[in-house]
Design a protein around this ligand. Structure first.
Ligand SMILES: *Cc1c(COP(=O)(O)O)cnc(C)c1O
Length: 363
């Protein structure tokens, strides 16, 4: 009786992704697990968007904005911080467009470490900055962009007793690959296409690792084409050139020199995938569509996956299953949300039934 109750309970409670996928991750009994029960995010059908594609194509979004700090970065950070703690590290450092710093701060604090964060001044969404500050990270903004911040923290980690937790940290990608496991488990196989926003290209690399690992184990029968999307103002993987001054409303992918450039190219060719650019206008269109038609509020960078899928929709095979990754939560960037939406907001109305009914058009 006791046994069956506890079994039922352990089946209901999600233990976080390291415990859930322990056998696929580089952890041992000696690794202290630092977790906020990240992972296990929903794969949500988006039928209105699927209709825009037509031809019986099934479209679902992997809503990783529902992780504990609001982005997929938590998947990598639970691994990076657990391994740092195992190694006796007392301080971690990262460069960030915002979400890495939020995740690093939360997990470092939970693991009892200091977190140093370097951000590009003026280009971090308000919610992300609020998170890093309230989690207690030591935040420094530089008069420069993400690429410059990354270079500095890489050198810091070589010269001082701080551990780098950007996606060049190999444990990050190990944690992030679990999102692909969850997609396969939810669908019963890999999708035909995986559409994903690309900045430093860590996540696309991690998803591909996850799909390949499950494929080798026979847990999925096919492998997806990996479709990566960058913002037109920050699209080095499409132009083949480093972008010195990247510019886009999608600040999470405002990156001109991706840290995982070679890996991304390898994923593209191995999966017969493609990289394409989407404009800020297309990103914002998809952002509004997801929220106002599907009830899903993601941040602008995340909407690049849906914008990109719609841009190349004519290439999707009839009846295919497409998964678009929504990397971060819409609440991260309230300024963009307030500025870009299609709903009317009437203000200054007299506090009476008659006045309210009138502005609503009932009178
Ligand atoms: C980090 C991030 C990305 C880009 O992921 P990469 O691994 O750098 O390619 C995309 N969207 C959001 C919301 C992010 O936080």
């Amino acid at each position: 009786m006791t046994l069956s109750l506890s079994t039922a309970k352990s089946n209901r409670v999600w233990p976080g992704l390291i415990e859930a996928y322990r056998q696929y991750l580089p952890v041992t009994e000696a690794t202290p697990i630092v977790t906020l029960q990240e992972g296990n995010t929903p794969l949500i059908p988006v039928p209105t968007i699927a209709q825009l594609v037509g031809r019986q194509v099934r479209v679902l979004v992997k809503y990783d904005g529902l992780n504990p700090t609001g982005s997929f970065k938590d998947r990598g950070m639970t691994m990076a911080i657990s391994k740092a703690k195992e190694a006796g590290v007392q301080a971690v450092i990262c460069a960030s467009t915002g979400n890495t710093s939020a995740a690093a701060a939360a997990y470092a604090k939970r693991g009892g470490m200091r977190a140093f964060v370097l951000i590009p001044e003026g280009y971090v969404a308000l919610g992300k900055l609020a998170q890093a500050l309230v989690y207690g990270a030591e935040v420094f903004s530089i008069k420069g962009n993400f690429d410059q911040a990354l270079k500095i923290v890489q050198e810091m980690a070589m010269s001082y007793p701080v551990t780098l937790v950007n996606s060049v940290n190999p444990y990050r990608l190990e944690g992030q690959k679990t999102a692909a496991f969850e997609v396969v488990e939810a669908l019963g196989d890999a999708p035909d296409w995986l559409c994903i926003p690309v900045g430093n290209a860590g996540n696309i690399t991690a998803y591909w690792m996850g799909f390949c690992e499950y494929h080798q184990l026979g847990k999925c029968l096919r492998l997806p084409r990996m479709m990566g999307f960058q913002a037109a103002g920050a699209a080095p993987l499409i132009t083949g050139q480093v972008v010195a001054h990247p510019d886009t409303v999608a600040t999470a992918i405002r990156i001109g020199n991706p840290a995982n450039w070679e890996k991304a190219i390898a994923v593209q060719s191995a999966s017969r995938g493609q990289f394409n650019a989407v404009t800020d206008a297309e990103i914002l269109e998809a952002y509004k569509l997801l929220a106002s038609e599907e009830g899903i509020f993601c941040e602008p960078a995340s909407a690049a996956s849906v914008a990109g899928m719609l841009k190349v929709k004519d290439q999707i095979p009839t009846g295919a299953t497409v998964v678009c990754v929504l990397t971060g939560n819409g609440l991260k960037d309230p300024a963009t949300a307030i500025e870009h939406n299609q709903n009317s907001f009437s203000q200054g109305i007299a506090p009476s039934l008659a006045a309210v009914a009138k502005v609503m058009g009932f009178e």
